[in-house]
Design a protein around this ligand. Structure first.
Ligand code: ADP
Length: 376
């Protein structure tokens, strides 16, 4: 069994130990030298070039991804060549375009914020006026970690985005959404096999700082019962409705009036699922490999009442993460550390820690304290 992963970031890197445990041969097509998954990257190449990707795919049984940015023409070339691509081009098209995502989720009858595709400042002003004087504007493509997302009170605040779509000239649009009054953000991860089996982990609470995920608590506090059921039903409906294979993360808002709305989809292992590597019978990277290989999925029970994951963002201002090991490992022996092998840079996700236990306050404290050792 050989899996080929397109993209050499930390998600590809964390698939490697899972592959080794399962005895799966894993190959990575990395964007450049020195990437996080270099350890298994036998190839450096351009994932937007069909010939490069086809050449890489010849050596593997199935292609999967570290990110969702492989262009549709390259995905089509893989399918035409008979390569199993998981998730496939159609679900990935939905992940690649936030307007298409809103369209498809609305067609499936799933709960999303009020939205519209706007082509002119006047359309946007009309939407803002109808939604209490504020809205969230998103560029449909290419955004990540909050880039390409802006809360606005007037169309002038995104004038350069309108200028960019006008320049493109191919009937471009921006996504506008109601500004959701949410109590907190949640995420529901599931995995789905091509033959149909679906498995869900417990719903988690995610904390974002400046549009970047900072902490995850699994399961989300005060979520047992209705919230957990609704979220799991939504994620299964998305996976089945869009035909997703592999891990699917559904980012959700819990509104102040107790509704659950879908914000974003990620069709790959996701930051909100890192806790599962240490806190669940089956971690998300192992489950992703099982799913894309159409193998039976693993159990998703938890090792303890709580798992808390804290991202190491930026890392030390000077030196490497490893230089802090003596302090971090000695001071926090129960915490599991994951170092992505990336050089520290402000705001960059360079690693994470997970603490697991039955006392939530103690687990949160431990995880935050361990992560803090790596940050100045
Ligand atoms: P990205 O693709 O960059 O992660 P998201 O669409 O997930 O962008 O938005 C980033 C963050 O912006 C979300 O985590 C949330 O905190 C906030 N946000 C996004 N959409 C809305 C909305 N409609 N209402 C309120 N806040 C929002």
């Amino acid at each position: 069994m050989r899996v080929g992963v397109i993209g050499g970031g930390q998600l590809a890197r964390m698939m490697i130990p899972a592959a080794i445990e399962l005895g799966v041969d894993i190959r990575v097509l990395a964007e450049s030298e020195g990437m996080s998954a270099e350890i298994a990257a036998d190839r450096v190449g351009d994932y937007t070039d069909a010939a490069t990707v086809l050449d890489f795919a010849r050596e593997v049984d199935v292609i999967t991804f570290d990110h969702e940015h492989v262009p549709q023409d390259v995905l089509a070339a893989l399918v035409d060549a008979g390569v199993p691509v998981r998730p496939g081009p159609q679900p990935l098209a939905v992940a690649q375009d936030k307007i298409l995502m809103r369209e498809r989720l609305s067609e499936l009858g799933l709960p999303v914020p009020d939205w519209a595709a706007v082509r002119s400042p006047a359309d946007l002003e009309a939407f803002i006026a109808e939604h209490g004087g504020a809205a969230v504007v998103k560029t449909p493509r290419g955004g990540y970690d909050g880039k390409g997302v802006r809360v606005v009170r007037s169309a002038a605040e995104v004038s350069e985005w309108f200028a960019a779509i006008a320049e493109d000239g191919n009937d471009g649009a921006l996504l506008v959404e109601e500004l959701v009054d949410f109590r907190r953000e949640l995420a529901q991860l599931v995995a789905r096999r091509p033959s149909g089996e679906v498995s869900a982990w417990p719903i988690v609470e995610t904390l974002q700082v400046g549009g970047v995920c900072s902490e995850v608590i699994a399961p989300a506090p005060r979520s047992a019962g209705r919230i957990a059921d609704v979220a799991a039903d939504i994620a299964v409906a998305v996976a089945e409705g869009l035909g997703v294979t592999g891990v699917l993360a559904v980012e959700l808002f819990e509104t102040t009036d107790d509704r659950i709305l879908i914000n974003e989809l990620a069709m790959r292992p996701h930051n909100s699922g890192h806790w599962s590597m240490d806190g669940s019978t089956t971690g998300q990277f192992e489950q992703h490999l099982r799913a894309v290989l159409d193998l039976p999925l693993g159990g998703t029970g938890t090792h303890a009442d709580w798992s808390v994951m804290v991202n190491i963002l930026g890392g030390p201002v000077e030196g490497t993460l490893a230089e802090r090991y003596p302090l971090a490992l000695e001071g926090h022996p129960t915490v599991k550390l994951h170092n992505y092998g990336k050089s520290p840079r402000p705001g960059r996700k360079v690693g994470h820690v997970t603490a697991v236990g039955d006392d939530l306050d103690a687990v949160v404290y431990e995880a935050r304290a361990a992560a803090a050792v790596f940050q100045d």
